[in-house]
Design a protein around this ligand. Structure first.
Ligand SMILES: Cc1cc2nc3c(=O)[nH]c(=O)nc-3n(C[C@H](O)[C@H](O)[C@H](O)COP(=O)(O)OP(=O)(O)OC[C@H]3O[C@@H](n4cnc5c(N)ncnc54)[C@H](O)[C@@H]3O)c2cc1C
Length: 463
């Protein structure tokens, strides 16, 4: 049924009010379309965006220049591609790397989001400091500010509205959709262009088991409402699904508290041991691949070991403050005391400390190949936190082009369907280790903005 066949319709309709959906809505509204409607299943937009640290990588921003960081989109693109082992689509990588700085400055200048650069530690795989965040370094602040911007732009945000079905004509054009209300009532809405911002499939245990067997049964830390609707609809429409085994994991979630402990505690010179007090990996490769490695340790448990200097850096994150407040972070003045408090063998923990400090002072790589170059020695009081690995969000999804148009199996764009963020295949390739920090919000914010612009272009062309 075409859009004209629906009693109510809008030129641009967006499914999901996370970072992708709301950035798409802001961009579409700015591009001058009569009405933009965002449909969100929850009673308040949160999504995985609210659960995140809200950090978005971008190269060449004025926030970097103010800190003396000399970066470029080309270097950023090269870091993304390298981390993804060359698997990510080069055109998308180049486009998102190219557009990220203007997207950050757009949100800052037009909508007043007070970004600043995370300037005091490195993220694995980024050759420059380029993570941008809001004052609390939390995604809750990001989503609240995006929602406020969309309210002020008079974008129609419809809550408690789960999109349950799409209507498609014989040529693959989406004419509209069904909206399921909490009481079971169904509403219908027509559209000229549809943007999927309803994220991935981390909330569907069957899809996770099918596509990401190594995370079967692992704790899922993303938004539970992300149940794979985009990939299910895409499959039915003949869209191409890409890199479905890719995901962002995290190897540092406080256990049993369930609070993210920033990887800064590792990158600044900390390390991980298992219950035997032994190290087991080159932690500096990245927190995403470390999730499965930690889960493979006895009991699926590891301990992050660091010190007060590092804790002071980590405290810029609301999550870390929460971990401290709930007693997850243990402190001790000697290694022996720390081992006793963690209930792990003293000799083995002392050996792990010695190994790390030796690598730091000798400026050599350790036996796992980790370089501690530039890292300060750990000094008392020492800190530690018991952690486990978790699935944060999926990185596979609908194949899109550099305009965020959803592609079919032959690589041709579907007539009026767009996707961004977790709904679209990301730029991380097919493995957890391909995830470069920030790839999640990068493709939500930047592809979301592009999707909004592309959808309006399409609507205007059809007039
Ligand atoms: C703990 C954690 C920390 C993270 N930290 C970072 C970070 O610092 N930097 C980074 O780049 N990435 C991070 N990520 C990843 C990042 O959160 C995601 O990549 C990003 O939020 C995805 O945005 P999105 O808009 O696509 O999805 P979401 O923010 O999840 O939004 C999707 C929305 O769609 C709605 N929805 C789903 N299905 C339907 C339907 N059928 N009908 C209507 N609505 C629907 C959902 O309710 C949800 O509100 C983190 C993830 C987690 C879990």
């Amino acid at each position: 049924m075409p859009a004209e066949g629906f009693a109510t319709s809008a030129p641009v309709v967006i499914v999901g009010a996370g970072a992708a959906g709301l950035c798409a809505a802001l961009a579409a509204h700015e591009a001058g379309v009569a009405e933009v409607i965002v449909l969100e299943r929850d009673s308040l937009p949160r999504g995985s965006t609210a659960l995140s640290s809200g950090l978005i990588p971008a190269a060449g921003t004025r926030f970097q220049r103010a800190r003396g960081v000399n970066d470029s989109p080309a270097l950023f693109a090269s870091d993304i591609s390298q981390k993804a082992h060359g698997e990510a689509d080069a055109a998308i990588v180049e486009r998102v790397a190219e557009e990220a700085d203007s997207a950050i400055e757009w949100l800052a200048d037009r909508y007043g989001l007070p970004f600043s650069l995370v300037h005091d530690f490195d993220y694995p795989g980024h050759s420059q400091r380029r993570m941008h965040g809001l004052p609390s370094r939390s995604g809750a602040e990001l989503i609240d500010r995006l929602r406020q911007a969309s309210d002020e732009s008079a974008i129609s945000l419809v809550l408690n509205a789960t999109v349950s079905a799409l209507y498609v004509d014989g040529r693959g054009r989406i004419g509209g959709l069904d909206i399921m209300r909490p009481d079971g009532a169904l509403d219908r809405l027509g559209c000229e262009a549809l943007i999927l911002g309803c994220s991935g499939y981390g909330g569907d245990a069957d899809l996770v088991a099918r596509h990401i067997p190594e995370m079967r049964g692992a704790a899922y830390f993303g938004h539970p409402g992300n149940c794979g609707d985009a990939v299910r609809w895409g499959e039915a429409l003949g869209a191409k699904l890409l890199h479905m085994s890719g995901y962002q994991g995290h190897g540092s979630v406080a256990h049993p508290h369930g609070v993210l402990v920033t990887w800064a505690v590792i990158m600044e010179g900390g390390f991980q041991v298992n219950k035997s007090g032994a190290r087991f990996a080159d932690e500096s490769q990245g927190y995403s691949e470390e999730a499965a490695i930690v889960l493979a340790q006895p009991g699926g448990i590891a301990f992050d070991i660091f010190d007060e200097r590092i804790a002071a850096i980590a405290r810029q994150f609301a999550d870390f403050q929460q971990a401290e407040a709930c007693g997850a972070i243990v402190e001790a003045s000697t290694v022996a005391d720390l081992a006793a408090r963690l209930d792990i063998p003293v000799a083995a923990l002392a050996q792990s400390f010695a190994e790390v400090e030796e690598a730091k002072s000798a400026r050599t790589n350790d036996r796992f190949g980790r370089s501690f170059a530039g890292a300060s020695p750990l000094l008392p009081p020492f800190k530690a936190v018991k952690v486990t690995g978790a699935l944060f969000h999926t990185q596979g999804g609908l194949a899109v082009d550099a305009e965020a148009r959803v592609l079919d199996l032959r690589g041709a764009a579907l007539p009026n369907l767009f996707a961004a963020g977790g709904a679209a295949a990301g730029v991380s390739g097919s493995r957890a280790g391909g995830y470069l920090s920030g790839n999640g919000l990068l493709t939500a914010v930047v592809l979301g903005r592009l999707a909004g612009q592309s959808a309006v272009r399409l609507v205007k062309q059809r007039k």
